[in-house]
Design a protein around this ligand. Sequence first.
Ligand SMILES: [Zn+2]
Length: 299
Amino acid sequence: MVRNVVIFVVLGLVSLVAAGPATGRSRQDIENFIQFLEGIKRGNANAEEFQARKQEFPLANDEEVSGRFQGDIELDDDDYEVMLLQYLQGRNGFTTNFIGPWPNNTLVFEFADGEFDDEHKAAIWDAVRDIEAHTCVKFRYRTPSDTVFVNMTGEPRGCSAQIGHRLIRGAHRLNLARNTVGVGCFRHATIVHEIMHSLGFVHMHTTHNRDEYVKIIEENITSGRENNFRLYEVSEVDNFGIDYDYVSCLHYSAFAFSANGEPTIVALQNVSDMGQRVYVTDSDWLRINRYYNCPGAWD
Ligand SMILES: [Zn+2]
C-alpha cells in the first residue's frame, strides 16, 4: 500500500531551458488549448455567466463552476504563457511560477470597499479565526503601509483565489460571490478552501499521485475541461507525509465538470462525503501546520 500523499503546495520555479523534445500536438489541439487558457483567464464575466454554469453543472460545488483554472484558481498572467509552452512541449503536468508561504506565518488581508455587509464579514472572520485556532497561521487586517495583501471581493462571478504569496502581485485576489451565509461561496468550508489557496495550497485531486486514489472518468468530462484534471508535477507539490484525504475541503466533488450528470471522479476506496464543504478535516489543518512549520506539526 502506498502511503505517501498529498497536499499540494506549489513550490516549483519553472525552467523553460529544461524543455523536453517537441511533441506532436495537432494544430486543433493547440487552438483548443489556447481557447481553454483564454477562458480560464476571463472566468465568469458576471452573475449571469456564473448562474448559467451552475445550471450546467447542478451537482458541482460553486467553486468548481467559477470558470477559472480547475474552477477557482486565478493564475498570474505569466502562468498562461508558461502553461502554453509546457503544452507545446508535450508535458503532462503543469509547473507554475514560484510562490511561497506568507512571511512570518501572517496573511495580511482587507475587505474591498463596499463589497460585503457585516454578516459576510463575520462569516469570513469566522473562517479566519477557525484557521488561527487550528494552526499557527495568523491573519492581520491591512494597514495603509501594507503593499502585499489579499484583497477580498464579493463579485457575483463565483469563488476564486490566487495561490500562495507572491511579492510582485501586491494585491492578491480572493473573491467570494455574495450569498446567504452558509450557502454557495459562503459555506464555511468553502471560505476556508479559498483562504487555503491564498495560503499556498492547490486541489487534492491534482496531486501527482492521485491516480492511486481516484479514477478520473474521462468520457464524463465536459469537452474542453479535461485540462482541469491535469496533475501538478512531483517537484511542485508536497504531501508532507499526510495521507490522501478524500474529504478534504480542497477535494473536488464526484461531479466536477461532468458533461452528463455522471461522476468524473470515482474514489478507489470506500468513502462517503468526497467533495463535502460542511467541515474542515484534521488533515487539512495538519497540512497548513506542516507547510508553515508550526510547532509540533511533525511530532
Ligand atoms: Zn479551489
